[in-house]
Design a protein around this ligand. Sequence first.
Ligand code: MEV
Length: 425
Amino acid sequence: MLQNSRIPGFFKKSVNERQNLLRESAALDEASVERLNHGGIDLATADRMIENVVGVYSLPLGIATNFLINQREILVPMVIEEPSVVAGASFAALLAREGGGFTAEADAPEMIGQIQILDVPDVEAAERALRENRAEILAEAGQADPVLRKAGGGPRDIAIRRIESSLVGPFLVLHLILDVRDAMGANAVNTACERIAPRIEKLTGGRVNLRILSNLADRRLARARCTVPVQSLAFEEWSGERVRDGILEAYAFAAADPYRAATHNKGIMNGVDAVVIATGNDWRAMEAGAHAYAARSGTYTSLSRWERAPDGSLAGFLEMPMAAGIVGGTTRVHPLAQTALKILGVRNAQELAQVIVSVGLAQNLAALRALGTEGIQRGHMRLHARQVAIAAGAKGEAVEKVAQRLVEENAIRIDRAEALVQELR
Ligand code: MEV
């Protein structure tokens, strides 16, 4: 088990050194480390995954450090093309650590399947028939996936909804609630819905059209909390109180305005999606669920909440649907997804959900702290300068020195960096 996710100076190390650290601290075996060097899948695997394959497209895989979630030390693999995200998550995790880390929980992995029932001759009678035959419907749905049943999952309930008016008139919707255990669950849900459709037609006298998962997975929510002591927020000329209040004002903006909420939530999804992709999960499903959930009141708003705790510290909370699994689908096919899960050390889908929601909250904290104080460009530029310095051949302490000069001179260019590296030598 990982002893400490706090690895000072991780960002300054070479890729090789970071891999060595993973070997030791995350007990990553040789094969897993080796896979990191090759982007995961080969052409033949890619060709089996989707249609009309002509190549493989790689993205950077980084490790966010400093995460303490439910008192467990966790290194977080993140796949993302955008600079500053991994650094932001690591930095915010360090802040959250000062207040004891993240506390996270996840609901049972219950997904919703929808069955659209049209042309129902007698709605009252149809609803009654569905209610009276609940047990039979669930039993039939349960036959769809014996493996899931063996794993302790399966159908849990039904819910009946009326769409009173639509472009095609009124219709009924049956929700099938399925516990998908450690899977994301789309296949299991779709199969079960298709299986029970003929019975639903018989019971209601109607005609079934759609039989499909809902991405508004609002029975499978995950929640994370963190508290940052106000003094831990202070930096340079910014007092902790000022930083906290800047964050609270930024949050108030997102809570009140959909234009801002969209960007605020995008920042959360920077963290969420990066882990979702690293673990081979469906990030479009995650996006769809998140934004639908953010609009559940009828007005699109912030997914997170920030407040001043009674002792003056900053308290954050994030709740969102979390349809992510550790078995099946790409999670199984993509070798790097397996490596990512190994690094995380999660034992089931609920633990993965707890990590993802915590990373979302961390990412939000990082963005609001930057936006509510110096703005995000300065940090971006610093990181960019460091990357340019490394590309110019700077090593060890020279990386910081060269980067610092590039920023001071406002000349973050490879030619200047190369000249500075020479100068230092
Ligand atoms: C950029 O990818 C994300 C931010 O815009 C998020 C935010 O504005 O809260 C920085």
